[in-house]
Design a binder for this molecule. Structure first.
Ligand SMILES: [Zn+2]
Ligand SMILES: [Zn+2]
Ligand SMILES: [Zn+2]
Ligand SMILES: [Zn+2]
Length: 108
């Protein structure tokens, strides 16, 4: 038997489908992710590792699901789609960002 690679307390009974860690029942979520992945994975796509937090909604997002507006402002695609208001940013500039972002998404 092998120990859970997350808590090291209980016997591993499954494998996380994202990171491949052997985990116990308590450390595995219903969708097959371990609790570690659940904490580090993008909350929008649920596939890629999150590298930042949306400045507007505060969710963890990956590079593909967010846009860097300036060195300190990163916004997720859902907030962009809603036309989120970014303080300090001229509205028109944001709209341009959104339009470019949508074009890039559509081109993929
Ligand atoms: Zn565990
Ligand atoms: Zn995992
Ligand atoms: Zn994502
Ligand atoms: Zn957001």
């Amino acid at each position: 038997m092998s120990l859970c690679e997350v808590c090291y307390l209980r016997e591993a009974s499954a494998r996380c489908r994202l990171c491949g860690r052997q985990v116990c029942r308590d450390c595995l979520l219903e969708d097959g992710r371990c609790v570690v992945c659940a904490e580090t994975i993008c909350e929008l796509c649920g596939e890629r590792h999150a590298l930042a937090t949306c400045t507007v909604c505060g969710r963890r997002v990956c590079e593909m699901c967010s846009v860097q507006l300036d060195p300190v402002t990163r916004v997720c695609r859902e907030c962009l789609a809603r036309g989120a208001r970014i303080d300090k940013r001229p509205r028109r500039e944001l709209v341009l960002f959104v339009e470019r972002f949508m074009r890039e998404q559509g081109a993929r």
